[in-house]
Design a protein around this ligand. Structure first.
Ligand code: NI
Length: 172
């Protein structure tokens, strides 16, 4: 396991299309040692950043459809590991809330997301799973699955110029 360096865009460059963050990631086909190592690296890197609630493989430079999520307070509970996640249901009801991203430091912006979703995925052993989520967890899952498609939250803002600076990245 090791803590990986995050790919981060500079202020004013969040729309950059030439970064690895914009690549459509490949599905995982093999549940092997390499996948185990990738998942462990993601978990360790997620834990290293106190404010982070999710991390996707492209953020550490790996174009594979894997992400980890932990929305529990101070990460007291285990993270959810999603391999090849697919959002298969979305509520019509949506809400706008502020989001931020470890790869777009020092800012946040308002994004509309469905209030409820259902996601199917494989766990780290390759078993098929299904999860219903709502509110903040649903939002985080949508954000992380977007990363696997090379989509950043700024792409979903009505007006990407409406980013606002935040200081909670200081100790991140
Ligand atoms: Ni992100």
């Amino acid at each position: 396991m090791s803590i990986k360096k995050l790919i981060q865009l500079d202020e004013g460059d969040f729309g950059n299309k030439e970064t690895q963050l914009r690549i459509q990631s490949d599905p995982v086909l093999m549940f092997d040692e390499a996948l185990d190592k990738l998942i462990n690296d993601l978990l360790e890197t997620l834990n290293r950043h106190a404010i982070a609630v999710g991390l996707a493989a492209p953020q550490i430079g790996v174009s594979q459809r894997v992400c980890v999520i932990n929305v529990s307070k101070e990460k007291k509970s285990d993270a959810i590991v999603l391999v090849n996640p697919q959002i298969v249901e979305r509520s019509h009801k949506a809400e706008r809330k502020k989001e931020s991203c470890m790869s777009l430091p020092h800012f946040r912006g308002e994004v509309e997301r469905p209030v409820k979703i259902r996601v199917t995925y494989m766990d780290r052993s390759g078993r098929a799973q299904s999860l219903r989520a709502e509110g903040f967890l649903a939002r985080v899952i949508c954000h992380e699955v977007d990363h696997l498609d090379g989509v950043l939250y700024v792409d979903r803002m009505d007006n990407p110029n409406r980013l606002e600076p935040v200081d909670f990245f200081k100790d991140a």
